[in-house]
Design a protein around this ligand. Structure first.
Ligand SMILES: NC(=O)c1ccc[n+]([C@@H]2O[C@H](COP(=O)([O-])OP(=O)(O)OC[C@H]3O[C@@H](n4cnc5c(N)ncnc54)[C@H](OP(=O)(O)O)[C@@H]3O)[C@@H](O)[C@H]2O)c1
Length: 352
């Protein structure tokens, strides 16, 4: 089978190679998944750079987040799954031990507790992006910040997949969003999606605009996945007692200088206005949530996507051989869709 492998940590375009490997044999408690589609997230590339929240052992197959496929075989004495069942494989729910094997390969042997059944009517593009970003959006808005109907929520990188899902979820829940984008071209798109207000950092002052929109006191709740100076400005835009949850650091992804990987906070404001800045990481959440809680949240997300409340932007399919283009697209500015690796096979009756 074909697999996309990084021999060592480094820039993905330098270290990734297409390899031929034997199909893995599932052990007890594992299923063999025939992978159909799997995304290239910015975090997948960050893992390969050796700068993510966990480090795989190298050489490693790329793609440590999620995929959709069908159960092709089960390990000895392994029950609870059926051959042919359509499943999402992801870091779910709490499974101790090393991160799951990479998904950028045709077959994947994986702990059956990391599998979630998905209905056939969800496209491969939706299903392979179901576990990470929609769940993150749901948890940020409803668990981490418990944003109430009518409240403002300020968010950065509003055009990202998570950002778009936050807008849709907020609209569904009656929450008002202030959306920060870095390109003027993105403004109309975000408004059309239901974003109440949009701030474009290309030509607008974030702090001034937040004050105009939400009042001079600022907003009580914010989420940020850019970090650096943008994250710092979001922290300044918080009202006294306000909360900022940082869940990504897009502005740092290509940097190697550890001193640059910061969010400069104003100490006086943090102290005297008792602002809270804290992090969120889905992997850690899975480690703390009970398996029941994790499955409940995932089922809720699956329902929101299946019912059309959350629409995940359609990914752009690439065969594994075209990985240089796919990897380049993953972090390209102003790209209209997330790259997905797709694997053709002789399956019947699948969509997407
Ligand atoms: N903590 C967690 O558990 C968790 C879970 C899921 C996702 N995340 C993080 O959430 C972030 C978004 O992920 P995603 O998959 O939704 O992203 P995505 O769909 O790949 O989109 C990336 C977006 O970020 C924008 N962007 C990239 N670099 C930027 C920068 N330096 N400044 C401002 N905007 C920038 C791009 O804007 P343009 O359109 O202008 O190019 C694009 O809209 C990532 O950092 C990811 O690692 C974290």
């Amino acid at each position: 089978m074909r697999a996309l492998v990084a021999g060592e940590a480094g820039e993905p375009s330098d270290v990734l190679r297409l390899e031929s490997r034997p199909v893995p044999t599932p052990e007890t408690g594992q299923a063999l998944i025939r992978v159909h589609a799997t995304p290239i997230h910015a975090s997948d590339l960050h893992v390969l750079r050796g700068r993510y929240g966990f480090a795989p052992e190298f050489p490693t197959v790329g793609g440590h987040m999620e995929c959709v496929g069908r159960v092709a075989a089960l390990g000895p004495d392994t029950e609870g799954r059926k051959i042919g069942e359509r499943v999402v494989a992801a870091a779910l729910p709490a499974v101790p031990g090393p991160p799951m094997a990479g998904t950028w390969q045709e077959y994947l042997a994986i702990d059956t507790r990391r599998l979630l059944t998905v209905p056939d009517h969800l496209s491969d593009s939706d299903a392979c992006q179901l576990a990470v970003n929609p769940l993150t959006a749901l948890l940020l808005v409803t668990h981490e910040l418990d944003v109430q109907p009518g409240e403002w929520l300020l968010q950065t990188a509003a055009g990202s997949t998570v950002g778009r899902l936050v807008i849709q979820l907020a609209r569904h829940l009656g929450i008002r969003t202030i959306n920060v984008v870095r390109r003027r071209d993105a403004v109309e798109e975000i408004k059309a999606l239901g974003g109440d207000e949009v701030i474009c950092t290309e030509d607008e002052n974030l702090l001034q605009r937040v004050a105009e929109i939400a009042g001079s006191a600022g907003v009580r709740k914010a989420i940020d996945c850019v970090a650096g100076q943008v994250g710092a400005q979001v922290s300044q835009a918080l009202a006294p007692g306000g909360e900022l949850v940082v869940y990504g650091a897009l502005s740092t992804h290509r940097q190697t200088d550890p001193a640059a990987l910061t969010i400069p906070l104003q100490a006086r404001s943090v102290i005297y206005e008792t602002k809270t800045v804290r992090g969120f990481w889905l992997n850690r959440w899975f480690g703390t949530a009970s398996p029941e809680e994790a499955l409940r949240a995932l089922s809720q997300v699956r329902g929101l996507v299946a019912d059309g409340v959350l629409s995940i932007p359609q990914g752009r399919p690439f065969p594994l051989e075209h990985f240089p283009e796919a990897v380049a697209l993953a972090e390209a500015p102003a790209r209209d869709s997330k790259p997905l690796f797709v694997f053709e096979d002789d399956r019947e009756g699948d969509n997407g």
